[in-house]
Ligand binder design. Structure first.
Ligand code: RIB
Ligand code: CA
Length: 311
């Protein structure tokens, strides 16, 4: 099987960590780079986590540091409730040995897009700041990509400040998101899909059991233990493994069904800033995840655990 070259722009993040682990376990992908952006936790932490996850999972790829704050909006988010203070639940990484790439995230993305013209599958599972900066510096980026898939947006939101009309990734940097949606052919895996694909507590039990006490699987086991605990004890939605569903949607195209719809990003200074407004009356401009195969996704997550348990 010819591997598809991919880059994952992310804000690790518990579900970002699952997404990276899943992509790394899939024989059809070659991870060229992991790029970090501000988001779930401040950029200093997402950057460290990107470096550490690369080493923990043994991923042979570049790590690029990206934006530390949104294009215009102040960055004031700290999602410790969902991701823990470290951004990776209760897991504690050693200090990373490997250094990041000298180029910033947006230049790595562009350089690899040129090198792999027409073949690069770009995932963005955090705020879209790095992607917007790349577009500003390199307007021909869209023509170079095979496909561009995001975890973000949806038919509803999860940000209390907007009365839950906006989804976190879009809300953190709505100005970047608007530019990206207007300039790119976006495959949007939003909250309506990720919540429909939410795993059960018993799935977390299975994932932990499959990982066993294998050292290579310890990170996944710890993520699963934290995720289950956070759901049961704190009522969090860690069982909606948002970013991993975006990756899974490209591993097996029967997991997520997309509809071509018109999507506009609200970036005005208003109550619903960051909302992805879907209008069925207008010309479609986006591929929106609208249906999922929940059981298939859970099995994909368990197969990922089997991959690491057998390393
Ligand atoms: O709203 C969920 C998204 O925001 C996920 O990508 C999560 O990691 C956070 O970045
Ligand atoms: Ca994320």
């Amino acid at each position: 099987m010819k591997k598809i070259p991919i880059i994952i722009d992310c804000d690790p993040g518990v579900d970002d960590s699952y997404a990276l682990a899943l992509a790394n376990s899939y024989e059809g992908f070659e991870i060229l780079a992991i790029t970090a952006v501000e988001g779930n936790v401040p950029a200093a932490i997402t950057r460290k986590n990107a470096l550490c996850i690369r080493e923990e999972l043994g991923i042979n790829c570049r790590v690029g540091f990206g934006a530390e704050k949104p294009l215009k909006k102040a960055y004031n988010q700290f999602a410790a409730n969902t991701h823990g203070q470290s951004g990776v639940g209760s897991f504690v990484f050693d200090q990373p040995e490997m250094k990041p790439d000298e180029m910033p995230a947006w230049e790595i993305i562009y350089e690899e897009a040129v090198k792999h013209k027409g073949e690069l599958l770009l995932f963005a599972v955090g705020p879209l700041t790095n992607i917007a900066i790349c577009l500003e510096k390199h307007p021909d980026l869209p023509q170079l990509l095979k496909k561009f898939v995001i975890m973000g947006g949806g038919t509803f939101g999860n940000v209390s400040a907007t009365n839950r009309t906006a989804e976190f990734n879009i809300w953190i940097d709505p100005h970047a998101a608007r530019q990206v949606f207007e300039k790119m052919d976006v495959w949007m895996v939003g909250l309506n899909a990720t919540h429909a694909a939410a795993v059960e507590m018993s799935d977390f039990d299975d994932m932990m059991a499959i990982c066993g006490d294998n050292k290579k699987a310890r990170f996944i086991r710890e993520l699963s233990a934290f995720s289950k605990y956070n759901c049961v004890e704190n009522g969090s939605d860690n069982n909606a493994i948002h970013d991993a569903l975006a990756v899974a949607s490209q591993m097996d195209e029967t997991v997520v069904t997309f509809e071509n719809l018109n999507v506009r990003v609200e970036d005005g200074d208003c109550e619903n800033i960051g909302q992805t407004v879907i209008d069925r009356e207008k010309e479609p401009n986006c591929h929106v995840a609208m249906a999922v195969d929940k059981a298939k996704f859970a099995e994909i997550m368990k197969n990922m655990c089997r991959y690491y348990a057998e390393k």
